[in-house]
Design a binder for this molecule. Structure first.
Ligand SMILES: CC(C)(COP(=O)(O)OP(=O)(O)OC[C@H]1O[C@@H](n2cnc3c(N)ncnc32)[C@H](O)[C@@H]1OP(=O)(O)O)[C@@H](O)C(=O)NCCC(=O)NCCS
Length: 151
């Protein structure tokens, strides 16, 4: 099935199709800020990404970037977003997209690739494990700023 998937470099002109995929996953519940942030990402110079085309339509996308030196690493590849359309999940789109970005990172001399997931996104965790990811040496810390913080 994977041979029916065409991979193209991402472009901000794909924003409507990408938004449609996210809307289908979120069952219509998407915010304006999500749409603004995706457009912003797609217009950035240092962002890498691909879309998957199947049956003549955009059925998935991946966005990543190279950071460094940062987090104590000289150079690292980050996967910021990855989604495939619910009608096409399980048909090799996610795999084709990560393989494309792995190839890009490798060409750029990146050896270590990271992503961050919600702990309860079990489908994403399973997918990334099947793509060869493991628990990293990092931990995430969080602090919520509220009204109690003096200005
Ligand atoms: C996770 C996701 C990107 C995977 O994409 P996909 O196109 O369905 O994945 P593929 O068909 O390429 O599957 C590749 C591998 O991952 C595994 N996999 C994919 N989804 C899985 C799941 N839910 N559970 C277990 N394994 C899974 C497949 O079994 C396959 O393994 P194999 O290569 O050994 O056969 C996609 O399902 C998705 O977009 N999910 C929704 C994400 C989401 O909720 N986003 C909102 C966050 S804001």
């Amino acid at each position: 099935m994977a041979d029916e998937i065409e991979i193209k470099e991402i472009d901000f002109r794909y924003a409507p199709e990408i938004t449609a995929i996210h809307r289908a996953i979120m069952k219509g519940n998407i915010s304006d800020s999500w749409m603004q942030s995706i457009e912003l990402h797609l217009r950035k110079q240092d962002v890498v990404g691909y879309v998957a085309i199947k049956d003549g339509q955009v059925t998935g996308y991946i966005i990543g970037e190279i950071k460094g030196p940062s987090f104590g690493l000289e150079k690292s590849g980050w996967i910021i977003a990855l989604e495939s359309h619910p009608n096409y999940m399980g048909s090799g789109i996610g795999k084709a997209l990560v393989e494309s970005i792995f190839k890009y990172f490798k060409q750029k001399g990146v050896k270590d690739i990271y992503t961050a997931l919600r702990w309860d996104a079990v489908d994403m965790v399973s997918f990334f494990i099947s793509a060869g990811f493991n628990r990293s040496d990092f931990i995430n810390l969080e602090k919520h700023l509220d009204d109690a913080v003096p200005e």
